[in-house]
Design a protein around this ligand. Structure first.
Ligand code: PLP
Length: 396
């Protein structure tokens, strides 16, 4: 049997691979602590679950409009006004089965063969792979701990060519935790104003998990708003990863293109999830704020433990729930039987010797770093970092 060549153009997400390896060890009875996965370890807030149960009992069991129920798209507009002071109308909103699908809609609708897509590193694993699926060309801007993992206007200007179609980034960033301030975004906007062919994909899925202050969206700048696609969803801020709901806010022609694509791939997302999403987006935000307060405490503890490890250089994340230390100090070191040559070896060494799963930075375009989540209990965080410290002491 010959499968399509498309499958050879992209890889499976490293994050999911590591989680799978961890599960396999766990099935053998080994106590593996999972710091690889990117999802809140909290339950979905009660008022959202109640809305879903009501939707089932009210028989919301039919196909939905492809871009989502009108009341949900109105709720998204209300949220965007309330939280971000952004004005959109329901025809500019397309609800999908997750921010991942929204990103796929965007790349497939915007990128043709040979088009360049500029992405600052480190970036979420799926970005580059979607571009490869569309036969586009990924153009990386290398950022590092020393510039707080943010692309400067000069770097963005240098990366843009006449072939550039899209610039995509997340703020707060997965994996680095970088959060762009309003001033930093304004400086990037100055560059985009000079390149009217560039569409900006702004992934704001970690919006609520912000440790430095107010979330700023690049869509707030009127000079480029028509060229910005805001991508967001419920997975992270409302602990709803399994419910599968994301959305985009964009100009109407772009929204129509997303709707056309989605109409052939998935249709509208789950009707029950959509009804629950109205409750999430318009209801009490306190449970989300409480989750962020807990992530704030875990971030402090994680940084204390990470900074005590010799050789690590770690940026204090401004948002999201990961640390992304530079671990390259350990490259070339060995415990006698295993030698660490790169981030993949480092992650595997920790999985096998500390029974802690993590994700190698190569998956995010940064081979010197490894990503560790702090979306785990305080007890597990302390246990995991204790084991990591012990395992690393054996390397010389
Ligand atoms: N964007 C970023 C930066 C993410 O980290 C993730 C999930 O890990 C997603 C998008 C996808 O989220 P969803 O669950 O809504 O598909």
């Amino acid at each position: 049997m010959e499968l399509s060549s498309l499958l050879n153009r992209f890889s499976e997400p490293e994050t999911l691979k590591m989680a799978k390896l961890g599960r396999e060890l766990r099935a053998k009875g080994i106590d593996v602590i999972d710091l690889s996965l990117g999802e809140p370890d909290f339950d979905t807030p009660q008022h959202i679950k109640d809305a879903a149960i009501k939707a089932i009992n009210d028989n919301w069991s039919h196909y939905t409009p492809v871009p989502g129920f009108l009341d949900l798209r109105e709720a998204v507009c209300t949220k965007l006004k309330r939280d971000n002071n952004l004005t959109y109308t329901p025809e500019q909103i397309v609800v999908s089965t997750g921010a991942k699908q929204s990103l796929a809609n965007a790349i497939l609708a915007l990128v043709d063969e040979g088009d360049e897509v500029v992405i600052p590193t480190p970036y979420w694993v799926t970005y580059s792979e979607l571009v490869k699926i569309a036969r586009g060309k990924v153009v990386e801007i290398r950022t590092s701990v020393s510039n707080k993992f943010k692309a400067t206007p000069e770097e963005v200007a240098a990366a843009i060519t006449p072939k550039t179609k899209v610039f995509m980034f997340s703020s707060p960033c997965n994996p680095s935790g970088a959060v762009y301030s309003k001033e930093e975004l304004a400086a990037l906007v100055n560059v985009f104003e000079k390149h009217p062919q560039v569409i900006i994909l702004s992934d704001e899925i970690y919006e609520y998990i912000n440790f430095v202050g107010k979330h700023e969206s690049i869509a707030q700048f009127d000079s480029i708003k028509d060229r910005v696609v805001v991508i967001n969803g419920l997975s992270k801020g409302f602990a709803m990863t399994g419910w599968r709901l994301g959305y985009t806010a964009s100009s109407t022609p772009i929204a129509k293109a997303f709707e056309k694509l989605q109409g052939q791939f998935t249709s509208g997302t789950c009707s029950i999830t959509q009804k629950a999403a109205v409750a999430a987006l318009t209801g009490n935000l306190q449970p989300s704020l409480d989750m962020t307060a807990e992530f704030t405490r875990r971030r402090v503890k994680t940084l204390e433990l990470v900074n005590a490890i010799p050789g690590f250089t770690c940026f204090a994340p401004e948002g999201a729930f990961y640390v992304f230390p530079d671990v390259s100090y350990y490259y070339g070191k060995s415990n006698g039987s295993e030698t660490i040559s790169n981030a993949a070896d480092f992650s595997m060494y920790l999985l096998n010797n500390a029974h802690v799963s993590s994700v190698m930075g190569d998956a995010f375009g940064e081979p010197k770093c490894v990503r560790f989540s702090f979306a785990n209990s305080m007890e597990n965080i302390e246990k995991a970092w204790g084991r990591i410290a012990e395992a690393l002491k054996k390397l010389s």
